[in-house]
Design a protein around this ligand. Sequence first.
Ligand SMILES: [Ca+2]
Length: 311
Amino acid sequence: MMLVMNSIRLSRVLKTALAALASVLVAASTAGAATQLGQDCTVDGSAPQLVVQNSVSSGNPYTIPANGVMVKWGVRTTSSSNPAMAAATIVRQNGDSFDVISRTLFQHAAANQASEFSTRVPVSTGEVLGVSAFNSSVGMCSGYSPTFDVVSYNGSPTLVDPGGSFMPSSAIPAERLALWATIEPDADGDGYGDETQDKCPQSAAFIDPCPVLAIGQQLSASKGRIKILATSSLNAKLTASAKIKLSSKKTVTVSSRATSFTAGKLKSLTLKLPKSVTSALKTKRLSATVTLTGSGLANTATASGKVRLRR
Ligand SMILES: [Ca+2]
């Protein structure tokens, strides 16, 4: 009866632990997801040539919530017969003015439709998505909150290069820019979006798939110790573990701590044999199976070998 109670309790504990783990995993997988910035809307007007959406009352923000990389941007144009030459423009408010931080390439956006363009522009928390255009063909949509949906635009000179700044000549209430962008996280800080541009987001050294980890070991034994001379093809953490069979019923395992290895460098790990093994060596010939395990750049690797033990 007691055993049944214990197993029911254990299964409840396991279920609770698994549910908690699942929620952590869901949180971890969504934490790094791409952010959608800005909005498409029903265009009924055209924006001035350098214009920024200060705030919106609902929907996706135009202000960047976390550091990352803009990988895509889009714009809807007016029905003007002139197509727009437009560029997504990242600004930061600085008192009453805006500093122009960066800008995509100018792209040809066809009249009276939505167009999207790939790009790669690092962005930081608090910067704001705006747009530069050679004519007034970028779409604006009216009828929103006069208090919370506000765009600011530059008067003259109309376009400002990155590094420059401008004082908005006016703010237009109740409007939204038909302008949007996708921001991906950049955990390794290499300037490539971790979801679609960076195939090795674990390391700033690689944008192609992470190289495969390879490890090697040379074993020797003396005076109650096993020496493992090891090397790794990448910076990685290596752990050595030795299994020694003392009898048909008893196996002893000794492990090292996880140790940092620099790519291409040799380093020794030492495993001290426990007394049960050194005592048994007085009367028996014993050997150990040594397994070296490495992990680095989302890779794992193992190497194993045998060594005759010495007292
Ligand atoms: Ca990256």
